[in-house]
Design a protein around this ligand. Structure first.
Ligand code: ZN
Length: 291
């Protein structure tokens, strides 16, 4: 079962979060039909999205992460809700990423080193919070850490990993994030960041250890206090009802026109790759009560 475990360090000077997102990664990979490196990028991005959305207090929170680099995957989109409920996709889901010499996928070729990360947090009132930063190198961890540091003023360390098997199934997927609290002195921060920097193969570590073991073995000696776990999951928010509203927004006249021309109306959900199709009579039914 996927899990997010957080622990407070040094009596409240910093917080470490570890996300095991293997199941939700596989749910997303199955929905999207991605393979290899595209699956790895999708999985790691979703793990980070689960971390971010689980960290926002409130019940009606919406989060969206948009990574727009110049790599072969195109845009990478993750949407989240409170409690670590996420969905996401890569724009070019059939992109194949080359392998590097060490046998890992060339993530940077998929994401691209030039571009931006934008994150919107909508608290359901007033203006949403919007943050944006430049990509550092397109390897994800450095880009996400830089985003948190410059845009949210939290000098953070991030290590993520996902191992995609030959059968296309994610054998592991996770992320660790260490963030300082405002009263955290630099010397504590340096120690914590060094530990995260040493996680050079976080995907393998997620196979070898549980999230609790990772925290206890690496941070247990820093006055470590574990918090209650959170259970993230993949879930698309699309529904027949929502799509009916899309049809209504098109308007009866325009909708009839499309049906005349194409025989039906087809709406695609990018997040779960599902098609909603409306025949002539279904379109009429949607507008049935407002003729
Ligand atoms: Zn959907």
């Amino acid at each position: 079962m996927d899990i997010i475990r957080k622990a407070i360090l040094f009596g409240g000077k910093a917080i470490v979060s570890v996300v095991d997102a293997k199941q939700l990664a596989n749910d997303a990979i199955n929905a999207q039909g991605t393979t290899g490196g595209a699956s790895e990028v999708l999985a790691r991005s979703l793990a980070f999205g689960a971390f971010l959305s689980a960290g926002i207090k409130g019940t009606n929170i919406k989060l969206s992460i948009s990574i727009e680099g110049d790599g072969s995957l195109g845009k990478i989109i993750v949407a989240g809700m409170s409690g670590g409920v996420v969905r996401g996709y890569v724009e070019n889901r059939s992109a194949k990423l080359p392998l590097l010499q060490d046998g890992k996928y060339d993530i940077a070729s998929g994401i691209g080193a030039n571009g931006t990360i934008s994150i919107i947090k909508d608290f359901g009132m007033k203006e949403p919070y919007m943050g944006k930063s430049m990509l550092v190198n397109g390897t994800l961890d450095a880009d996400l850490a830089y985003y948190l540091t410059v845009s949210e003023q939290l000098p953070s360390a991030v290590a993520s990993g996902a191992i995609i098997g030959e059968d296309g199934v994610a054998k592991s997927c996770g992320v660790i994030v260490v963030q300082p609290m405002p009263n955290c002195e630099d010397e504590y921060l340096v120690v914590l960041q060094d530990i995260v920097r040493n996680f050079t193969d976080f995907g393998q570590l997620m196979i070898d250890k549980t999230v609790d073991e990772i925290i206890e073995e690496n941070f247990g000696h820093f006055e470590c206090k574990m918090l209650e776990p959170i259970y993230p999951r993949f879930e698309c928010q699309c529904s027949q009802e929502r799509m009916d509203n899309v049809i209504r927004a098109i308007g009866l006249k325009e909708a009839r026109q499309i049906v005349r021309q194409d025989g039906r109306i087809e709406i695609h959900c990018d997040f779960c790759n599902k098609y909603y199709r409306y025949t002539k009579s279904q379109v009429e039914a949607v507008f049935g009560d407002i003729k």
